[in-house]
Design a protein around this ligand. Structure first.
Ligand code: NAP
Length: 258
């Protein structure tokens, strides 16, 4: 925590999407390392994280502007915001309704913008802060049936790079963490209802082949702990790169892999 010495005595991180996966793991890591954690969830569940006087579990739905305002007001001063919550969609573009495409962009892109807008006045006044946006290694190597999802994550990558330039004069950093494929989270199961609504007969055989290739793939994968470690580095290391791949598969794809 030494690199955060200019921040509050016990700094606070707000993490979105803590009900499972990377968000839950990151909340545990920051708690373990002495931070105050505001763990946000659409449906708060106090049993998911160890009891701590440094932990607050607050409701947050990124698709509800009032929910965002209430959550950030209740959270108080935030030193680091981790925009982790997101939804997936694995389907051919022709099968995807505009309503579903909007849902993906509302959550993954506009939800991220809205969270940042909500915390920025406080960070700017205090002259410090870090924003970490969790995107995906699919933006490093294109994969089929992920056009809408990849578009949403690539938008956040480019958005973050521009935003970082306008926030630097205020002492605020912005980074992206790009996880690889992580079958151990609830991401695939949470995406399934959208996928089932997005089939298209012309792509049935192709879709089957892609699903078979994905389930049979034996290469390296990403663990939640890889993503938490990258988020931790982005937040606590002022020299962290703008983009941090997370997980062996993502690191192998990254032109910046070190
Ligand atoms: N797993 C992968 O293979 C993978 C790879 C690369 C990048 N990612 C990205 O990593 C992030 C975390 O994914 P994960 O693998 O940990 O998936 P996960 O287990 O499905 O977790 C996603 C979290 O986002 C929350 N969420 C979804 N919609 C929300 C909304 N409208 N408002 C607030 N919270 C919402 C979910 O809450 P509920 O429980 O309420 O649905 C859940 O807590 C996502 O941005 C994802 O795109 C995942």
């Amino acid at each position: 925590m030494s690199s955060m010495s200019s921040m509050s005595t016990v700094p606070t991180v707000l993490i979105t999407g803590c009900s499972s996966g990377f968000g839950l793991d990151a909340a545990r890591l920051f708690l373990d390392r002495g931070w105050r954690v505001v763990a946000t969830m659409r449906t708060p569940d106090l049993q998911l994280l160890p009891p701590s006087d440094r932990l607050r579990v607050l409701p947050l739905d990124l698709n509800d502007a009032d929910s965002i305002q209430r959550c950030v007001a209740e959270a108080g001063p935030i030193d680091a915001l981790v925009n982790n919550a997101g939804i997936g969609l694995l389907a051919p573009l022709e099968g995807i309704s505009m309503a579903l495409a909007r849902e993906v962009f509302e959550t993954n892109v506009l939800g991220t913008f809205a969270m940042i807008q909500a915390v920025l006045p406080g960070m700017r006044e205090r002259g410090q802060g870090v924003i970490v946006n969790v995107t995906s290694s699919v933006t490093l190597k294109p994969l089929p049936l992920l056009s809408v999802y990849t578009g949403s994550k690539a938008a956040v990558n480019a958005f973050t790079e521009s935003l970082a330039l306008e926030l630097a004069p205020f002492g605020i950093r912005a980074h992206v963490v790009l996880p690889g494929r992580a079958p151990s989270t609830r991401f695939g199961a949470n995406a399934r209802p959208r996928l089932e609504k997005s089939t298209h007969p012309a792509y049935a055989d192709f879709t089957q082949r892609v699903f078979a290739a994905m389930s049979g793939s034996a290469g390296p994968v990403t663990e939640a702990s890889d993503v938490s470690a990258a988020i931790w580095r982005a937040v606590t290391d002022p020299a962290a790169p703008m983009r941090l791949p997370a997980g062996a598969d993502a690191v192998a794809l990254s032109p910046q892999s070190e």
